[in-house]
Design a protein around this ligand. Structure first.
Ligand code: NAD
Length: 477
């Protein structure tokens, strides 16, 4: 069985308490790996190592950092097969998707290797002085990540942190730490000084809390649930720490009467069901113009029923299992609540039948018609493969419904009219708007949430800025 150690001060280590835990495959509940489980003390050791390494790493040039980050990207690509298999075994996604995730994390390393070189200051002339503005690394960063994209979402933090000159302690999700740890191991093997990159495993309530509360960390970059983000924000206040919070979502998808319905249905199906709906920017609520509701809905159902579900290690599956029993139970609860309040179940709404599915957390892609805002699926983050549909009469109605949520991560609109597209995009309250596209993630552009979906931005030049402090040096003349 695979053994996953923590990475502290350049060494692979077990925890001080010697505690370990078994990670199970959500497809069949078979054991996958034994993981070292850390405590607050292990987190402290890692923070201290990162603090020592900060003196060395922050003093390197952006060119030296770029060489190491590019080598790290190459190493991740060389090790893609091993890392991707661990990712599929620990969280269930199809191996094809796991490979894409790992390869995309290598691209993030390459991107920030170069973006780090564009960290420029300013020169300002005044009558009696000259001012130099420096952008310097903030210090030790704590990087805390969820299980749904454990490698990519960590890469979004690791790469800009290192490119800016910060060192870090990462805490991957407790139940899916394997691939993320191997990703950081590749980054370390590329030639980082000991202690510049550390990984501590363990529960959020202890290891995560220590990373947030310990004064050594000057920056917290967190992706996860809004409730956890709220806790982190409150506790980071004790030391006025810098924060990047990428939190939950409840993304609306508006289908206008003039849109390409085939394309809209394909995009909705893919973004509602892929990764079993366990994506922060999943399509959670579909609003369709009433005059085209029927053909759109028929196509969505057809596509939902065509998706092949199975063990992620099989080459021909579109969807793996859900990550946990708890998530599948919540999905069932949300679907039952919707049906009780008047929604019509068009497809799915149950576990697939057969021996292959008996031991995994499988659930069929589900389409609900006649949804409304009294239903949990329309208000809470289901994090399951459910697409509820509600009809609208005017675009104003659709936008008001789309904005009727405390979340604001992503929103989508499908239309062939430029004015409608711009008008909707301007009025939707979200950090990313997809117009005729079902993904608002682009490595070169800012990603993040409005309202209770987050604080700050990742990716693009914004991602680097999140790890920099500003310093003004004034020279008397
Ligand atoms: P979670 O909040 O339960 O856990 C995320 C991480 O935080 C884990 O590593 C966990 O151990 C740690 N943690 C928990 N309590 C902590 C504490 N008190 N202090 C410090 N760390 C703590 O989230 P999850 O269930 O792993 O992930 C799913 C959630 O993540 C969903 O809400 C989803 O929308 C969100 N998400 C958001 C984005 C985004 O970019 N906005 C991307 C992916 C997932």
């Amino acid at each position: 069985m695979h053994q996953s150690h923590m990475l502290i001060d350049g060494e692979q280590v077990i925890s001080l308490s010697r505690k370990t835990e078994i990670i199970y495959n959500p497809s069949n509940q078979e054991p996958v790996a034994e993981v070292a489980v850390g405590s607050r003390q292990d987190a402290c050791l890692a923070l201290e190592a990162a603090k020592r390494a900060f003196l060395i790493w922050s003093a390197t040039s952006c060119q030296e950092r770029a060489i190491i980050l590019h080598s790290a990207a190459d190493l991740v690509r060389k090790r893609v097969d091993g890392i991707a298999v661990l990712l599929t075994l620990e969280m269930g996604k199809p191996l094809r998707n796991a490979r894409m995730e790992v390869l995309s994390s290598a691209d993030v390393l390459d991107y920030y290797a170069e973006e780090g070189k564009r960290n420029c200051g300013e020169w300002i002339s005044s009558s009696h002085s000259r001012s130099i503005v420096l952008r310097q690394p903030v210090g030790v960063a704590a990087l805390i990540t969820p299980w749904n994209f454990p490698v990519d979402l960590l890469a979004w933090k690791v790469a800009p942190a290192l490119a800016s000159g910060c060192t870090f302690v990462a805490k991957p999700p407790s139940l899916a730490p394997l691939a993320a740890t191997e990703f950081v191991r590749a980054v370390i093997d590329a030639g980082l000084p000991a202690g510049a990159a550390n990984v501590v495993h363990g529960p959020g309530s202890t290891v995560g809390a220590e990373l947030v509360e310990n004064p050594i960390s000057r920056k917290i970059a967190f992706t996860g649930e809004t409730e956890t983000g709220r806790w982190i924000m409150a506790h980071a206040a004790a030391h006025i720490k810098r924060l990047s919070l990428e939190l939950g979502g409840q993304s609306p998808f508006i289908v206008c009467a003039d849109s390409d319905l085939q394309a809209a249905a394909a995009a909705a199906a893919q973004r509602a069901f892929s990764n079993m709906g366990q994506i922060c920017i999943s399509v959670n609520r579909i609003y369709v113009a009433q005059e085209v509701a029927e053909p759109f809905t028929e196509e969505l159902v057809r596509r939902a029923e065509r998706m092949k579900i199975g063990d992620g290690m099989q080459t021909d599956v579109d969807l793996g299992p859900m990550f946990s029993r708890m998530l599948r139970e919540r999905t069932k609860e949300h679907v039952a609540d919707a049906i009780e309040k008047g929604a019509e179940l068009l497809t799915g709404g149950e576990e697939p039948v057969g021996e292959a599915y008996e031991r995994g957390y499988f659930y069929r892609p589900t389409v609900l018609d006649n949804a409304d805002h009294r239903m949990m699926v329309m208000r809470e983050e289901t994090f399951g493969p459910v697409a509820p549909i509600m009809k609208f009469k005017t675009l104003d109605d659709a936008i008001a419904l789309a904005n009727d949520t405390e979340y604001g991560l992503a929103a989508y609109v499908f239309t062939n009219d430029l004015k409608t597209a711009l008008s909707a995009a301007e009025r939707l309250e979200a950090g990313g708007i997809g117009v005729n596209i079902n993904n608002v993630v682009d490595l070169q552009a800012p990603f993040g949430g409005w309202k209770e979906s987050g604080l700050g931005r990742e990716l693009g030049r914004y991602g680097l800025e999140a790890y920099l402090e500003t310093k003004h040096i004034r020279l008397g003349m």
